[in-house]
Design a protein around this ligand. Structure first.
Ligand code: ACO
Length: 420
């Protein structure tokens, strides 16, 4: 095994080095504190490997994303979301027989316990659906407290789409639509969101295909903020529902999955402000302004985000096939064009990310902006589940980072009457 040498205060220390299957090199500092008393410091974990993983490979410099070795563009073009979910969760693309069984299980578990439907009544009008999704996912653990991890994974994947659709129905004041067994996973999402009891709902194949692509592109992204959260919470021994509920909350933030909502709001703002894209590019570059181009930049991708490339094409196709002309798409393309030619963005390697075009597609489907991140969460579920499963199989140590303390040194307690 290769080793690395660290010299601290003149003393040399040897550290093991691990090399991954794609030749990524990691210096193992597990014993560093025991040997030297020092820790490593890496704010935002930008350069810290937290685990070994067999699930997803990313090369941010080359714009590569593979699930279990399969390039994401091939999966998006040829596979359905449930096949990709099987691939991520169990390590292999399913055989026809395995796929039929997996689909059957997902169908069988897709209804919510009737008592859970009452929970939706307690949320105020206008409650953000990410809050509802997270709360309902955590609540599933009260209905399934026995630990049958294999079944919990299926249950969660099956029921999350029903929760998401019911959260939407609650927000528009319409009755819940129960899942239909003959529909696909993505077809059922559309039916439960847009169907109404008074007429038969026909799933539009254009929308169904686009939904498969969107969910597949979101399905995993190795150690991102929400997945690391799932692993962090799972490392304490917390159950699947609790761990993934925490991941949903992490995804909600505008610097992570919440960016898809922020993008559409930004495009709408530019549109209603007269469509002057250059003004917003200038604002994004202005260090005295806190404005950033939502949907631009990525911690890992420094060339292009392969998901954004696919979604730009999907976006064009969906809008053309639905006969929609959305001025926000024109603004998005103009923004991309100007930013990609601008020295500020070139220097910092800022490119459109997965969230840049996804919102325009969701909007064309009739999905409101505050549901965009919920759709992202549905897509990310197989990835979160796969990471939680992988973590459990390793029998992990509880995750517990260190810190450099910069606060006060020890001081004597001062009674209240003597404080100034
Ligand atoms: N607009 C303008 N400037 C930007 C942007 C942006 N969208 N993103 C980064 N920068 C600038 C920063 O100001 C910084 O400039 P400086 O070096 O002069 O200080 C430089 O680029 C590096 O940015 P960091 O914030 O240090 O990069 P980091 O890797 O920490 O953040 C992030 C990545 C959070 C994605 C960031 O690019 C961002 O805020 N983008 C907008 C939000 C977004 O789209 N998030 C979705 C990410 S994809 C996902 O999670 C699914």
């Amino acid at each position: 095994m290769a080793t690395a040498k660290l010299i601290l205060e003149g003393k040399e220390h040897e550290l093991p080095v691990y090399v991954g299957t794609e030749n990524e090199v990691g210096i193992d500092i597990t014993e560093l504190r025991n040997k030297t008393g020092a820790i490593t410091l890496d704010s935002g974990y930008a350069n810290t490997g937290a685990c070994f993983s067999n699930i997803t490979y990313i090369d941010g410099e080359k714009g590569i994303l593979r699930y279990r070795g399969y390039p994401v563009d091939q999966l998006a073009e040829h596979a359905k979301f449930t096949e990709v979910a099987h691939l991520l969760m169990y390590g292999e693309l399913p055989s026809l027989q395995q796929l039929l069984k997996f689909r059957e299980e997902l169908t069988y578990h897709s209804m919510l316990h009737e008592d859970m439907n009452k929970f939706f009544e307690g949320f105020p009008r206008g409650a953000h659906p990410m809050a509802i999704l997270s709360a309902m996912v955590a609540s599933l653990s009260t209905y399934y407290p026995e630990s049958d991890e294999r079944r919990d994974m299926i249950r969660l994947l099956a029921k999350a789409k029903t929760i998401a659709a019911f959260a939407y129905k609650k927000s528009v004041g319409q009755p819940f639509m129960y899942p239909r067994n003959e529909l696909s996973y993505c077809g059922n999402i559309l039916h439960m969101m847009f169907g109404v009891p008074c007429e038969a709902y026909h799933v539009d194949p254009v929308l169904e295909d686009a939904m498969h692509v969107l969910l597949i592109l979101h399905a995993d992204h190795e150690q991102n903020c929400s997945t690391s959260t799932v692993r962090m919470v799972g490392s304490s021994g917390a159950n699947l529902y609790a761990s993934i509920s925490a991941g949903i909350c992490a995804l909600w933030g505008p610097l992570h999955g919440g960016a898809n909502q922020a993008v559409i709001e930004m495009l709408q703002q530019i549109h209603s402000d007269g469509g002057d894209v250059s003004k917003y590019v200038a604002m994004a570059k202005d260090k005295t302004s806190s404005f950033r181009l939502s949907g631009f930049g990525h911690r890992v991708y420094k060339n292009f985000d392969p998901r954004a490339k696919i979604l730009r094409k999907t976006c064009d196709n969906v809008l053309a096939r639905l006969g929609i002309h959305d001025p926000l798409l024109d603004i998005a393309k103009k923004l991309e064009e100007i930013a990609l030619r601008d020295e500020y963005f070139i220097e910092r390697k800022l490119y459109p990310n997965v969230d840049f075009y996804s919102g325009i597609i969701y909007k064309a489907m009739g999905i409101p902006a505050d549901m965009f991140t919920v759709m992202f969460a549905l897509g990310r579920l197989p990835g979160w589940i796969a990471h939680w499963k992988e973590l459990r199989e390793e029998k992990p140590r509880i995750n517990r980072p260190r810190q450099i303390y910069r606060g006060e040194n020890v001081r004597e307690f001062v009674p209240i009457e003597k404080r100034g």
